[in-house]
Design a protein around this ligand. Structure first.
Ligand code: RB5
Length: 144
């Protein structure tokens, strides 16, 4: 499975830690930036990720900003994108099981590395339940 990861400066440190951690386990995330702690704009980062997911260059994404809020708002403006902030373990499970999220979102200034790793693992090891949740996801796509 292809997984891409991207952050603004507020999530840079956590992004690097995650890349190294998963690399040591033989899992390589595709790094879409940013490449330093220099200030940048989280919508630009979200847009890069969204483009790759919609072009099917990557199946799943991990986005990180300071809180996870701005970058998820930016990503969720696009049809086909379901970006979920995994703010606890239960939500990490539900984001896949019920929402079939295609982007996991974290806060570099609000979440601890160990918690984030555990939530990524929970998400990756959970299946989408389908059933009644399919029509709800279709309604999201239909909009108003
Ligand atoms: C950047 O300072 C910060 O605003 C950003 O990382 C994020 O937290 C926005 O929601």
């Amino acid at each position: 499975m292809n997984i891409a990861i991207a952050s603004d400066h507020g999530g840079f440190e956590l992004k690097q830690q995650l890349i190294e951690h998963y690399q040591s386990l033989g899992i390589n995330f595709q790094d879409l930036g940013t490449s330093s702690t220099d200030s940048c704009d989280y919508p630009d980062i979200a847009h890069k990720m969204v483009k790759d997911i919609l072009a099917q260059k990557t199946e799943l994404g991990i986005l990180i900003c300071g809180t996870g809020i701005g970058i998820s708002i930016a990503a969720n403006r696009f049809k086909g994108i379901r970006a979920a902030i995994l703010y606890n373990d239960f939500c990490a499970e539900m984001a896949k099981k019920h929402n079939n999220a295609n982007i996991m979102v974290f806060g570099g200034r609000t979440m601890k590395f160990a918690d984030v790793v555990r939530r990524i693992d929970i998400f990756l090891n959970t299946e989408f339940e389908g059933g009644r949740h399919i029509k709800r996801l279709e309604k999201i796509e239909e909009g108003i």
